[in-house]
Design a protein around this ligand. Structure first.
Ligand code: HEM
Length: 423
């Protein structure tokens, strides 16, 4: 795709000769909105990792970027020193509200995890498989005769959002509205907006939607024994007291942000890989039992979340002084691609068996939705390749990836022989 030089020009000038303590200082915009060439984020992070374990990124309020798995793991597993009460450090400012439970520390955080663990446990998630499979099948059946599509917009975005609506007990007719909010929050354009909405305005719109729904559901409660997640959360209590409306709204918003675009982004990178590596694709088509391992390997090579933490006291990471109140960003997008940990680290290898990646994070905040995400990804690959085993990037494919806290392709133009034109 792009070489390191073009990747660098996509992010701005690098000045590794300037140091802050022992950390090289990078004047670069890793997260400020807009776009960059596909996969150039990974090339840049690989370069930064090979250069130093800790960089100071001079963007927004400034933050330390950690590039190596060992340091990232240590930070994720030390919540007393590295608090989760962060708010997008690259954007500066203080949080207007916090997302629960991801922005909580113990003991509040522990209470939330206790409530949420059964909802996202492997057994509970397996019960959603049929719904995921049916929805994936419907979407792909609709695309198949077209002979091509934007695999991000038409498939990778729609599948998880549609599953989210069904889990929350919301009508599928809301899909386009939710997709618009999702893009405005997570992938604003270079001017910081999408469809005229800034990320904060879109968050506000989603929160208002959920607040109205809360009122509606209270006046007409779900009578079914099998409650959707929205109604189930309304019954939760902490120490015998019902959860406050503010807490509920914060949780619904987090579900929206954590559960949708993450799976979309992973699916987008996975489909790009498979479209451009026909031998890997042929192996999945011939032997779908490889898919769970392929999912792990694709997650390792294409991590999309780089979570921040805020220092609760002065410390040192790998020789770099870090001070109380400063931000540290765990560069998960570089960690699993480290030659020190994996042979041929940037090569996707479906035969690799030990894949201890940090794509779902680690420590007390490790992704609660990891089992659901794995099921969605595996089923998406299975159903797609059953129906569309042969496909490639469109000849004139011109696409890019988002420059924001969450990485992901903005589009992925694929083509295949539509059934009528197959001989
Ligand atoms: C492949 C897709 C996904 C990736 C790569 C991913 C990644 C992550 C990461 C790295 C974290 C840790 C954040 C931190 O330490 O600050 C996290 C937390 C979380 N994720 Fe995911 N996630 C994915 C899908 C999902 C899904 C589908 C859901 C739910 C429907 C979900 C719900 C959550 C929640 C609730 C948390 C907060 C956990 C806590 O703070 O205790 N995620 N995710």
């Amino acid at each position: 795709m792009t070489d390191a030089a073009t990747a660098e020009s996509a992010f701005g000038a690098m000045e590794p000769h300037v140091h802050r303590g022992q950390c090289p200082v990078q004047h670069t915009a890793l997260n400020s909105g807009g776009t960059r060439p596909p996969l150039s984020g990974y090339e840049l992070f690989d370069k930064l990792r090979d250069e130093a374990p800790v960089h100071w990124i001079d963007e927004g309020r400034g933050y330390h970027l950690l590039t190596r798995q060992e340091d990232i793991l240590a930070v994720a597993q030390d919540p007393l020193l590295f608090s989760s009460r962060y708010f997008l450090p690259q954007l500066g400012g203080e949080p207007p509200f916090i997302l629960k439970p991801v922005n909580l520390d113990a003991p509040e955080h522990t209470k939330w995890r206790r409530l949420l663990a059964p909802v996202f446990a492997p057994g509970a998630v397996a019960a959603w498989d049929d719904r995921i499979r049916t929805r994936a099948g419907e979407l792909i059946d609709d695309l198949l005769p077209r002979g091509g599509c934007d695999a991000v917009r038409d498939f990778a975005l729609r599948l998880p959002t549609s599953i989210f609506l069904s889990l929350m007990g919301l009508p599928q007719s809301e899909l386009d509205q939710f997709l618009l909010w999702e893009t405005a929050i997570l992938h604003p354009g270079a001017d910081g907006t999408y469809a005229g909405l800034s990320p904060l305005e879109a968050q506000d719109a989603v929160t208002r939607y959920f607040a109205d729904l809360l009122v509606q559901r209270r006046s007409a409660p779900t009578t079914s024994d099998e409650k959707d997640l929205f109604s189930l959360a309304m019954t939760w209590t902490f120490d015998g007291e019902p959860i406050s409306d503010d807490d509920l709204l914060s949780f619904y918003l987090l579900m929206f942000e954590a559960g949708l675009d993450t799976v979309t982004a992973e699916l987008g990178y996975g489909m790009l890989h498979l479209a451009t590596h026909p031998q890997d694709r042929a192996r999945l088509v011939a032997d779908p039992s490889l898919i769970p391992n392929a999912v792990e390997e694709l997650l390792r090579v294409y991590p999309i979340v780089n979570s921040p933490r805020v220092l609760t006291r002065d410390a040192e990471i790998n020789g770099c002084p870090v001070r109380k109140g400063e931000y540290v960003v765990m560069g998960m997008s570089s960690a699993g691609r480290d030659e020190a940990l994996f042979e041929n680290a940037t090569t996707v290898d479906f035969d690799r068996t030990r894949i201890p990646h940090l794509t779902f994070g680690a420590g007390p905040h490790r992704c609660l939705g990891s089992h659901l995400a794995r099921h969605e990804l595996a089923i998406a690959y299975e159903e797609w390749h059953k129906r569309i085993p042969e496909y490639r990037l469109a000849d004139d494919a011109d696409f890019d990836e988002a420059v924001s806290g969450l990485w992901g392709l903005n589009s992925l133009p694929l083509v295949w022989d539509a059934p009528a034109s197959r001989s």
